[in-house]
Write a protein that binds this ligand. Structure first.
Ligand SMILES: NC(=O)c1ccc[n+]([C@@H]2O[C@H](COP(=O)([O-])OP(=O)(O)OC[C@H]3O[C@@H](n4cnc5c(N)ncnc54)[C@H](OP(=O)(O)O)[C@@H]3O)[C@@H](O)[C@H]2O)c1
Length: 413
């Protein structure tokens, strides 16, 4: 997409009625207004739901233009893409509903970003549409929410600091979630359950999901063994117990693709993993074992037909999620420990106000869309990018000045 392309809108939010889409729409109305310097519209399949959303936004939303399109209607999606320079999509699970929109963006040459964390689907999209995106100029950026912007931009920031301070990138980086106060929504749970279901039915997919380089270009699939925490473990750096972090399965893959698309800037032997800190002593240990067991039970029960109904009964339904109060009271604090090949250490942190999966995700996704629309030069080629490899410092500036994130160095030694 080029800035010179004449379109009615700079940006369209497809899926504005989703749980996260409503948060994002409110954020854009409050931050950028309607019909001012940013020309934008909301889109979805249901005229009545979109009109309810507009009325809930009060005066701010009343002049918001609306586009109707079903996620399975390629012609309608293409017409929508022709009217805008950027599409933000929250219509998920993406593996079920997302492909026609990616296809339409790629065909028309419209930039696109979303919230998918479904590695198997990203891989399929790259395989099917990368060549066409390169020739049409469409820049596609998946994973623009809590997975994977804080991890991807957090490592990008750490490596910049390592290059500045040590003159070399860190070969090994570990991300530890110190605090993540928030809940899952029905849409996210539906996406996670769909991955478990697809993987249970397909051994080849299980193999792909286990590969840390599964979404890297083939020539960048490093042989370096990657650490991967499978159970409870004690971490000496932070003097705390660790448990597996559920988003690590997607974030680690995005990180390796980011490294590849930046010409192995983090090194060809770069290693990365993620885990959650659960505290110290017996309580920390017990929590770490509890989380490990709980995650295994969730994925096993979601994968099997006889028990899937039981999981569905207790988890939030699509369209449900944390209350505005819970979003406001949410918070996260991620620590990154980087070590260079010659043993120098850098510790950084990334924080976000509001709950990670919704309040903060809505703002990050909105700013990723704005960054695509206004900050990325027209001559940046089309293709399947990652947040760090395409949006880099321009996105970081937006995240810190508008979206409530901080990035800072904690310690150098
Ligand atoms: N990366 C992250 O950090 C992160 C965070 C949060 C969410 N997510 C992901 O974002 C997605 C949305 O989550 P959510 O909780 O907001 O979901 P949700 O509330 O269940 O909303 C799903 C949306 O999809 C729309 N939709 C479904 N089928 C459609 C069709 N055929 N045509 C057009 N629209 C259709 C729904 O439209 P109607 O309103 O008309 O039913 C609704 O707007 C999920 O895939 C979730 O995993 C990721």
């Amino acid at each position: 997409m080029t800035e010179s392309k004449e379109t009615a809108y700079d940006l369209v939010v497809f899926g504005a009625t989703s749980f996260v889409g409503q948060i994002l729409t409110r954020y854009l109305v409050e931050t950028y207004g309607v019909g001012k310097s940013v020309k934008w519209a909301i889109a979805g399949r249901s005229e009545s739901k979109l009109s309810t959303l507009k009325s809930e936004l009060g005066d701010g939303g009343k002049n918001l233009p609306v586009i109707l399109a079903d996620a399975s209607d390629l012609a309608a999606l293409q017409t929508m893409c022709e009217q805008t320079r950027v599409i933000i999509s929250t219509v998920g699970p993406y593996a079920l509903y997302g492909e026609p929109l990616v296809q339409a963006c790629v065909r028309v040459g419209t930039d696109y970003c979303d919230l998918t964390g479904e590695v198997q689907w990203i891989r399929k999209m790259v395989e099917r549409y990368e060549e066409e995106a390169k020739s049409s100029g469409a820049r596609i950026v998946h994973c623009c929410g809590f997975d994977s912007i804080p991890s991807d931009m957090g490592v990008w920031f750490l490596q910049n600091k390592a290059e500045e301070t040590f003159g070399a990138p860190c070969r090994d980086v570990r991300m530890r979630v110190k605090v993540a106060k928030g809940e899952f929504s029905g849409g996210t749970v539906a996406s996670m359950m769909n991955v478990a279901k697809e993987a249970a039915a397909d051994p080849q997919l299980r193999k792909e999901l286990a590969n840390p380089f599964s979404i890297c270009p083939p020539e960048h699939r490093s042989k370096t063994r990657q650490p991967s925490l499978k159970g409870a473990e004690f971490d000496k750096t932070f003097n705390a117990w660790l448990a597996p972090f559920v988003m690590g399965a997607i974030n680690t893959r995005v990180l390796h693709r980011s490294n590849a698309l930046q010409n192995a800037r983090y090194g060809t032997e770069f290693t990365y993993d993620e885990a959650m800190m659960t505290g110290q002593g017996a309580k920390g240990r017990l929590t770490a074992y509890g989380i490990t067991g709980g995650l295994a039970a969730f994925f096993t029960a979601s994968a099997l037909k006889p028990t899937r109904w039981l999981v569905e009964k207790f988890v939030p339904k699509p369209g449900e999620g944390p209350s505005p109060e819970a979003q406001k009271n949410g918070f996260y604090d991620l620590r990154f420990v980087g070590r260079t090949e010659d043993g120098k250490t850098l510790i950084t942190k990334v924080t976000g106000d509001q709950d990670p999966g919704y309040g903060s995700t809505g703002k990050m996704l909105g700013e990723a869309g704005m960054c695509l629309a206004f900050d990325i030069p027209a001559d940046q080629p089309g293709g399947f990018w990652t947040p760090a490899s395409l949006l880099d410092g321009k996105l970081m500036e937006r995240l810190t000045s508008k979206a409530g994130l901080t990035f800072e160095v904690v310690e150098t030694r």
